[in-house]
Design a protein. Structure first.
Ligand SMILES: [Zn+2]
Length: 202
């Protein structure tokens, strides 16, 4: 006897929703049914917003923050920001918590990861060559390392500080006091503000 289930398009929708972070099978089913129910306008809007975002959003060629296709990000494009100071972060999502502190008016560089021997991530997997290139082009006088304060973050900061030693650029590290094992995303504004203000030269 054939098992009775939802029609194939619904099963496919549930399968796609299940792939999203934090969405289990029960939630996927509930969301799919909700989307296909009386709020169908919401489903069409969601689908349009998703298609637009996927098409339009990319990462800034220079710093790696989010931008729209063909354009530098709002930070790199902003006049009046200090391009001579570059804050190095692990992920693009670390930029906004730093921006919210209001304590930093320079530019950024996103590594897209950090050195982690356990996860087989080495320096060559990070956007480091691009950072060296930016420094070699000139105009950068200070690099602030705002990577996490856990073991991997520490290893990443030490590696970059060592690599930049031969280049004519000051290297500093934001002060300790960030949540243990956490990225910048989980740090509150005041902690981040103090961490930026209290940065120490490496
Ligand atoms: Zn940018």
């Amino acid at each position: 006897v054939a098992k009775i289930d939802y029609p194939e398009p619904i099963l496919e929708l549930i399968a796609q929703l299940k792939r999203l972070p934090g969405i289990g099978p029960r939630s996927a089913e509930r969301i799919a049914i909700w989307l296909l129910g009386s709020q169908s306008a919401a489903a069409v809007q969601l689908s349009a917003a998703l298609a637009t975002a996927v098409d339009a959003v990319t990462t800034c060629q220079e710093c790696g923050f989010f931008s729209t296709r063909g354009n530098p990000c709002v930070i790199c494009a902003a006049p009046g920001r200090d391009a001579s100071v570059v804050c190095v972060v692990e992920q693009a999502t670390d930029v906004l918590p730093l921006e919210r502190t209001g304590a930093f008016k320079g530019h950024y560089h996103t590594l897209r990861g950090r050195i982690s021997p356990l996860e087989n991530i080495g320096p060559e997997d990070l956007r480091l060559e691009h950072l060296y290139g930016r420094i070699r082009r000139g105009g950068i006088r200070e690099v602030i390392l705002a990577v996490g304060s856990d073991v991997e973050g520490e290893a990443t900061a030490n590696y970059i500080a060592e690599a930049l030693r031969a280049m004519k650029v000051a290297v500093s590290r934001i002060a300790q006091g960030l949540p243990a094992g956490g990225g910048l995303e989980s740090a509150d504004e005041l902690t981040l503000f103090r961490a930026l203000q209290g940065r120490r030269t490496l």
